[in-house]
Ligand binder design. Structure first.
Ligand SMILES: Cc1cc2nc3c(=O)[nH]c(=O)nc-3n(C[C@H](O)[C@H](O)[C@H](O)COP(=O)(O)OP(=O)(O)OC[C@H]3O[C@@H](n4cnc5c(N)ncnc54)[C@H](O)[C@@H]3O)c2cc1C
Length: 410
């Protein structure tokens, strides 16, 4: 096994640029976007065009999925950047503002299932809508969760039945990031709940499809700049060409596998975003301690606080290395399901701990006044990183299943 910790010159340069942008442009607007529940479209367009000029998605770029993806086309390869670059950018941007990251135009979480399971025609048709960001902004989204089926992905109830050259979908999806504004949502449905995973199908449901509508927009505790929507499918007629991978792809558990492959790509990215928030809180606390504690407070108290900060620092660093490895494995075309879950579980936990410790160390004074408002926001933003893309408990189950494949009782 080769162990390589150094980044390429290009990765280092891009990272420095993203960090500078996050610090000087993003961070100063972060609280305002949180209050406004959104980011102005002009600003999003500016960022999207900048990302494009840098040769692909800056942060929510496609990345790659793990080993069993079909060989991508030359067009598709051009559109991508390595998963490792994506996680580096995601951490740097989330350090500036994590909500912004989720708002960025592009295929977003909808991209990985199209890339993993779409036919060449579907990939071209659905992904090329994001090629030009100079005009109307466009988003893709990923609609799996339903009331009663979040962690239990296999338990989805949204139904689909074939009717001539269409599929008819009925059900509700909830908590869908960018679902309301998306040009299309990848919607998961089942031909028969009794079939479990084998009954799952994944469809690209385009905006304006008859029977598709948007329900409520959530008023969330954190990541308030990002829009989270309920989607309603009432006799929604989806053309048969929008069944991802076509009917031949579903002779086995393919539909469910599409959902799972998506997680292998997105979990390292979500882990990196959590690390961005965790690092922001950690650095805030370190700066606060340097300024307020070193001279004024007693040595034993300072030593205890330094020890707490050291613990946070090493947990973040350990989670970062695990995240990089999960992304690196994807770049090598190797399976990374276990590592993707490991980094998601570690990063979510480490970043939540970083925010809690920072709030406690800075106290009321350091977490409410001035820059401390950001700390309060990060504290609200971070919790969901241990919920979406699979909760911490679910990651631990995935890891345990990989470690103990013969144990059937999970
Ligand atoms: C801001 C936000 C954005 C989101 N964006 C999207 C999106 O774009 N697309 C999408 O499809 N979904 C999205 N989600 C949904 C998210 O993926 C789910 O909330 C998540 O999977 C958890 O599901 P749940 O909320 O139904 O909780 P539940 O599954 O009901 O879990 C409740 C608790 O039970 C625990 N639990 C569940 N099963 C087990 C088990 N077997 N063993 C031990 N403990 C268990 C969980 O860990 C959790 O602590 C989003 C959610 C949020 C909050």
């Amino acid at each position: 096994m080769t162990i390589e910790f150094s980044l390429s010159n290009r990765q280092r340069d891009t990272l420095a640029m993203v960090h500078q942008f996050a610090e000087s442009v993003v961070r100063p607007q972060s609280l305002q976007w949180d209050r406004d529940h959104g980011v102005p479209h002009d600003f999003l367009r500016q960022i999207a065009m900048m990302a494009q000029s840098m040769g692909g998605g800056l942060v929510m770029g496609p990345g790659r999925s793990s080993g069993d993806e079909k060989e991508p086309s030359a067009d598709e390869k051009k559109r991508r950047q390595p998963a490792l670059s994506t996680v580096l950018g995601a951490e740097a941007m989330a350090w500036g503002d994590a909500g912004l990251l989720l708002c960025l135009p592009g295929a977003g979480l909808g991209g990985p299932p199209v890339r993993a399971s779409g036919t060449p025609e579907q990939k071209k048709r659905f992904l090329s809508v994001f090629d030009d960001m100079s005009g109307e902004l466009r988003w893709g989204a990923y609609a799996l969760t339903e009331p009663g089926a979040g962690s239990d992905v296999a338990g989805i109830r949204t139904s689909c039945r074939k009717d001539g050259r269409h599929w008819v979908l009925n059900g509700r999806k909830c908590f869908i990031t960018n679902g309301a504004r998306a040009s299309w949502n990848v919607v998961f449905a089942t031909v028969d709940p009794a079939l479990g995973r084998a009954g799952h199908r994944a469809f690209v449901v385009e905006k304006g499809t008859p029977g598709f509508s948007v329900g409520k927009i959530e008023d969330k505790m954190g990541l308030r700049a990002s829009e989270t929507a309920e989607l309603v499918l009432e006799d929604c007629r989806v053309p048969e060409d929008n069944l991802l991978g076509g009917e031949d792809g579903y002779r086995t558990k393919e539909g469910f596998m599409t959902a799972m492959k998506t997680f292998d790509t997105t979990r390292p990215m979500v882990a990196a975003m959590a690390l961005g928030i965790g690092r922001a809180a950690y650095e805030h606390a370190v700066a606060f301690v340097k300024e307020h504690y070193m001279l004024a407070r007693s040595v034993p108290r300072y030593a205890a606080i330094a020890e707490r900060l050291a613990r946070v620092g090493r947990q973040l660093e350990g989670a970062r290395m695990t995240t990089w490895r999960a992304a690196w494995l994807a770049d090598q075309g190797q399976r990374n399901a276990k590592e993707a879950s490991m980094c998601k579980a570690m990063a979510g936990g480490a970043a939540i701990r970083a925010c809690i410790e920072a709030i406690e160390i800075c106290g009321a004074e350091g977490s409410i006044a001035g820059d401390g408002r950001l700390l309060e926001k990060w504290f609200r933003d971070i919790k969901v990183y241990d919920i979406f893309e699979g909760t911490g408990q679910i990651q631990r189950i995935v890891i345990a299943k990989r470690l103990l494949p013969d144990l059937k009782s999970f």
